[in-house]
Design a protein around this ligand. Structure first.
Ligand SMILES: Cc1cc2nc3c(=O)[nH]c(=O)nc-3n(C[C@H](O)[C@H](O)[C@H](O)COP(=O)(O)OP(=O)(O)OC[C@H]3O[C@@H](n4cnc5c(N)ncnc54)[C@H](O)[C@@H]3O)c2cc1C
Length: 375
């Protein structure tokens, strides 16, 4: 027997849960389908800015009662092999969260606001029938949302390139583990000072971040060739620099995603929208994708609410316009040339550049006011 929802969202990450909750609060009947059962692991460094907390209407004190929340008061930045700079902030400039907890918390809150979920159910089959979508032969809807991350099956169905073919994605590997009390006491990385190390060819960066007693180490860059070797070399370099004092207990895990403007995926279709990583929205300089996932969800909720049940591509086109006004057209992928690399070296070591350009502009987006949370 088939089940019908006003809106079906494929993917229960920050994008899917934010949109689901916003639409349920508008009175729509929403189902989120996810191949995994929450809580689930998600490869991510797990930084969110205060703007994300505000758009999510999430009180950090309330969240911290049940989950790891590490306020960040400073960043150590630099190019590998060069002098590093520490930039301090009087208020928390960011927060470290564990995606295992954060995504489950957001999804649970959406469920409490009326969203139904079908967890542990991968989207296997999708077809259009009588102007509606039919998923896995039994879930029907007039409006389908692709929120399934980089490998979103809805995005693929709507024409996204096969992962690894023509799209230039960021490939990243990461590990997150809880240190023993002895390891935490000896850890050279301060809990509220994450460290970012730009690669010498400027193709990406590595990080070592502490969230209380949890340690997260990773590296991301455009193109996936020999990434594993580069990640191992990065871990060895951290040790040689005295920034990593232990051997990570297991292997690094990998994932990929698109930066905004690099191989764009059209976000608007007849009866369907793409949000978050499915639409390839992560910020180009930092790779931050949680804020664009949340913001695209909030913008989609407003456009869907205003559409009054007419989900034609024409009626939903306002979503594409809003994305472009918010995130711009995006810059094309490109290798930084040797001149840029030579110029970058002294800039990366400059305290002014680190604070005002790398952090405030590229990583924290402090110039952009947060979007208001869902009504
Ligand atoms: C190593 C790494 C570090 C990162 N660090 C940061 C960071 O510190 N801060 C930041 O803001 N961003 C970071 N990002 C980017 C960030 O993780 C993503 O941009 C963000 O998760 C996008 O959210 P989303 O809701 O669009 O998709 P996701 O969070 O990817 O959620 C997609 C959901 O869809 C589900 N799904 C997938 N396929 C199917 C299917 N076939 N059927 C049903 N369900 C499916 C998945 O199970 C998943 O739950 C990082 C990314 C990586 C790889």
């Amino acid at each position: 027997m088939s089940e019908r929802s006003d809106v079906l969202i494929v993917g229960g990450g920050p994008g899917g849960s934010t949109l689901g909750r916003a639409l349920a609060r508008q009175g729509l009947d929403v189902t989120i389908v996810d191949k995994q059962t929450f809580p689930r692991d998600k490869v991510c460094a797990g930084w969110v800015t205060p703007a994300v907390m505000e758009s999510l209407d999430l009180d950090p004190n309330e969240y911290a009662r049940d989950a790891v929340l590490q306020p960040i008061h400073a960043f150590r930045t630099g190019m590998l092999g060069q002098r590093t700079v520490v930039s301090r902030y009087p208020e928390p400039a960011s927060y470290g969260i564990r995606r295992y907890e954060f995504d489950a918390w957001l999804l649970e809150r959406a469920i409490n606001d009326g969203v139904r979920t079908a967890q542990g159910q991968p989207l296997k089959e999708l077809r259009r029938e009588d102007g509606e979508w039919v998923l896995n032969d039994h879930l029907r809807t007039p409006l389908l949302i692709g929120a399934g991350g980089h490998f979103c099956p809805v995005a693929r169905h709507l024409g996204a390139a096969k992962p690894g073919s023509s799209e230039t994605a960021v490939h990243a590997q990461e590990i997150e583990f809880e240190m023993t009390p002895e390891q935490a006491a000896a850890c050279p990385v301060e809990a509220d000072v994450p460290e970012l190390y730009f690669l010498r060819d400027l193709s990406g960066y590595g990080w070592i971040v502490r969230k209380g007693d949890w340690l997260n180490i990773g590296l991301g860059r455009e193109g996936g060739q020999k990434l594993g070797e580069q990640v191992s070399a990065f871990a060895e370099e951290l040790k040689a620099m005295g920034r990593l004092h232990i051997d990570p207990p297991s292997k690094f895990k990998g994932h990929a995603y698109l930066l905004h403007g690099h191989s764009p995926r059209p976000p608007v279709h007849d009866g369907a929208l793409l949000i978050g990583d499915a639409a390839g929205l992560a910020y180009p300089q930092s790779g931050e994708g949680i804020r664009p996932a949340v913001e695209s969800a909030l913008m989609a909720a407003e456009v869907i609410g205003a559409a009054g049940g007419d989900y034609s591509a024409d009626r939903l086109a306002a979503f594409g316009d809003r994305l472009q006004r918010r995130f711009g057209k995006g810059s094309a992928a490109g290798e930084p040339g040797p001149v840029k690399q030579a110029l970058a070296r002294p800039l990366m070591a400059s305290s002014w550049f680190a604070r005002h350009v790398i952090l405030d502009r590229w990583f924290l987006h402090r110039h952009q006011a947060p979007l208001a949370p869902a009504a």
